[in-house]
Design a protein around this ligand. Structure first.
Ligand code: DGL
Length: 283
């Protein structure tokens, strides 16, 4: 099984795309609903919670875990890969959702940490909507600037969104917040056109229609789940040792939560478009 980890419901947007692309590939999803939202927590808290979540998935047999959470990817992934994984779990790996987006925007592979000599500048302005912790980490603008200094990145923190989505608030309650965040980001552009935006939190595709309505017509919205699918395919081609044996599609998904299984499953099923029989994990 490949593990997919998020603070709560958001990673289901990534899991849904992964499952649609490879229905016979086994995935186990873990939502840390008891500790969500992560985006308003300190770096140390996000790191500790992410390590614990990954450990739980390793304990259940995963050799590869995808952090389907921008906050954990931005704050904890590099540190976890450098300081924790090699000593504690050699032979296992953790991937995040930030790398595929940075590669798509810059068109430069992640391993290349500077603009390639033959790169033609492509001045563009990209907006990033994300949690306060992801914005504070500066990961998106920093990693994009290393590879494509001509791309200007404007960030907008959206502090209320994850909690509203986690509690299943109706669109009418979420829409005014989305409008305000879009207006604040556009005000920060000083009249420059916005070429593309990233919904840089895996919860936000669950309200993608509200973003689409609030953004100027024609703004490209980068699809993070789709980019993660392509990136995983590419990774598994290069590292087939992490590809689990195929299983029948109706047994390919398992859902775990640190929260209350019943209420989590009810809401998650609405987002996921099919029943999500969550089991509670206590250890
Ligand atoms: N969905 C996560 C992200 O992509 C985390 C949101 C949160 O828990 O605040 O950032």
């Amino acid at each position: 099984m490949i593990g997919v980890f998020d603070s709560g419901h958001g990673g289901l947007t990534v899991l849904r795309a992964l499952h649609a692309a490879a229905p016979g590939r086994p995935f186990v999803y873990l939502g840390d609903h008891a500790a969500a939202p992560y985006g308003v927590r300190s770096e140390e808290e996000v790191f500790a919670l992410t390590v614990r979540g990954v450990e739980r998935l390793f304990e259940r047999g995963c050799r590869l875990v995808i952090l389907a959470c921008n906050t954990a990817s931005a704050v904890a992934l590099r540190r976890l890969q450098r300081t924790w994984l090699p000593g504690r779990h050699p032979g296992r790996n953790v991937l995040g959702v930030l790398v595929p987006v940075v590669e798509a925007i810059t068109r430069v592979p992640w391993v290349v940490e500077e603009p390639p000599a033959d790169r033609l500048p492509e001045p563009r302005t990209v907006g990033v909507f994300a949690t306060p912790r992801t914005v504070a980490s500066g990961s998106y603008p920093r990693e994009i600037a290393k590879r494509a200094p001509d791309v200007s990145v404007v960030q907008q923190a959206c502090p209320e969104l994850v909690a509203l989505i986690e509690k299943g608030a109706p669109p009418a309650a979420i829409e005014p917040h989305v409008r305000r965040y879009v207006a604040e980001l556009r005000a920060a552009l000083d009249g420059r056109p916005l070429d593309a935006v990233v919904l840089g939190c895996t919860h936000y595709p669950l309200v993608a229609d509200l973003f689409a309505q609030a953004l100027p017509a024609g703004t490209e919205v980068l699809c993070q789940p789709g980019l993660v699918v392509r990136s995983l395919e590419n990774y598994l081609e290069r590292h087939p040792e992490y590809a689990p044996a195929p299983v029948p599609p109706d047994g390919a998904l398992r859902f775990l939560t640190t929260g209350e299984a019943g209420p989590v499953a009810d809401l998650a099923g609405r987002f996921f478009g099919r029943p999500t029989p969550f089991e509670a994990v206590r250890s």
